[in-house]
Design a protein around this ligand. Sequence first.
Ligand code: DX5
Ligand code: ZN
Length: 214
Amino acid sequence: MILSPSILAGDFTRLGSTIQMLNDSEADWIHLDVMDGLFVPNISFGFPVIKNISGIARKPLDAHLMIVDPDRYVAELASMGVEYVSVHYEACNHLHRSLQNIRSHGMKAGVALNPHTPASVLEYILEYADFVLVMSVNPGFGGQSFIESSLRKIAEIKAMIVSKGLSTLIQVDGGVNLKNAGALKEAGADSIVVGSAITSAEDPAAVISALKRI
Ligand code: DX5
Ligand code: ZN
C-alpha cells in the first residue's frame, strides 16, 4: 500500500527533521492535514508552513483539506508543487466543480468522506476522482481510535470501483497502525495515512518499514 505519513501528531518545533526523516524513509507520500477551525474543531497549519515543507520534501505532498470552500486555495497548492489534494464531500456544495478545479491545476483529486457519510454518495462522482479518502476517525485530531465500520465502507467503495471499471485509489485515514493495516489492505485500501503510530514511536523509520511490508 502507498504509505502517507501524517505530520499532524509530530513536534512542530522540529518540523524540518521530521520531513528529513520521511525523505530518508520508505514513506511514499507526505500527508498534510489542513484545518480551518470551521469544518473541524481544530486549526492546524496553512500555506506558509506548506511552502516551507515543499522546499525540503522529496516525496509527493498529499494535502487533506478539512476546510470549508476549499476551491479558494487550489491554485496556491498547485503553485507549491502539491500533487494530491483531497476535499471533503461534506464541505463542497459543488463537488464535481471542485474536483475538476483540482485536476485542471495538474493535481490528483480526492474525495474525503466523514465516518457517517455512506459510500453511496459516490455514485455520481467516483469517475471524476483519482482517489477516495475514507476517514476512519472524525476529522480534526490525531491519535483517535479506528472506527471499525470503516472496513465495510472500504469494501463497498472497492466494489463500486470494480463494477464501474475505474482505477480510483482508496486511501484510509485515522487510527491506522500496525495492528489494523492488514485488514485495511484486505478490505481494499490502496493507501494508508498514519500519524501518531509513526510519530509517537521510538523509531519512526522502523514503523514505516514495517507498515510497508504489510
Ligand atoms: C485527522 C487527520 C489524520 C490524522 C491521522 O483529522 O486527517 O490525517 O492526522 O492521525 P492518526 O494516525 O494519529 O489517527
Ligand atoms: Zn488526514
